[in-house]
Design a protein around this ligand. Structure first.
Ligand SMILES: Nc1nc2c(c(=O)[nH]1)N[C@H]1C(S)=C(S)[C@@H](COP(=O)(O)O)O[C@H]1N2
Ligand SMILES: [Mo]
Length: 206
């Protein structure tokens, strides 16, 4: 990417025309850190990941158990609602679709609520989560995640704005009803599709 702002702007327009950069986004080279609240401490002795709700079997994994699960590597573009996009990020983790096979869902399951440390939650339809590019990721560009970026574990859902990729993941809830999460409750769009520019819910105040 050229550093000169004029040629960069031209490059971004070309990317939009080519259908790779969603509307209203700009490319970034460095990986911004963005979250609400403090970075939680990780203790491998007490950490667990739980699944609950509309599942056949409620289960929990310790950190060592989770690390033993088969992983996949995914190269993808990511898009933040604050208008930065990053191309060709590489993540390694457990494929969500494979993960669900370990416990099974009930026929009532239609939404997935990611629960992270410090009560951060975010909601997605189950059918989006079951697309083949959704990961429970613990490595970025070949190394374990930095604490800032969600170590030990985060969801990666590239087809939605990045606030729906929960850092410091601790549980996945499967639900018959939708449950708007932390940002969704403050007015961010419930779906958050960057290609439709679903940034905020239509507000009655503007
Ligand atoms: N637990 C948690 N996850 C979170 C957030 C947060 O505040 N808490 N912020 C979200 C937002 S708005 C973005 S853009 C991405 C940023 O991820 P990064 O800091 O790794 O770039 O994390 C998302 N996941
Ligand atoms: Mo974001």
């Amino acid at each position: 990417m050229p550093t000169d702002p004029h040629s960069r702007r031209r490059e971004e327009e070309a990317m939009k025309a080519a259908g790779r950069l969603p509307p209203g986004q700009s490319l970034t080279q460095k990986f911004p850190v963005l979250h609400y609240g403090p970075v939680p401490r990780f203790d491998p002795a007490t950490w667990d990941l739980r699944v609950f709700g509309e599942v056949q079997r409620e289960m929990r994994w310790t950190w060592d158990e989770f690390l033993a699960l088969p992983t996949v590597t995914l190269k993808t573009d990511i898009h933040c609602v604050t208008r930065w996009s990053m191309f060709d990020t590489t993540w390694e983790g457990v494929s969500f679709r494979d993960f669900v096979e370990l416990f099974g869902l009930t026929p009532a399951a239609r939404f997935v609520i990611a629960h992270a440390e410090n009560d951060y939650t975010t909601n997605l339809p189950l059918d989006v989560m079951l697309e083949d590019n959704v990961l429970l990721a613990y490595k970025f560009n070949g190394a374990f995640l930095e604490p800032d970026h969600g170590f030990p574990l985060r969801t990666v859902v590239p087809q939605r704005y990045f606030w729906k990729s929960a850092k410091w993941l601790r549980a996945l809830e499967f639900s018959a009803e939708d449950k708007p999460g932390f940002w969704e409750q403050t007015g961010y769009h419930n779906e958050g599709d960057p290609w439709k520019e679903e940034r905020h819910e239509r507000s009655t105040f503007f």
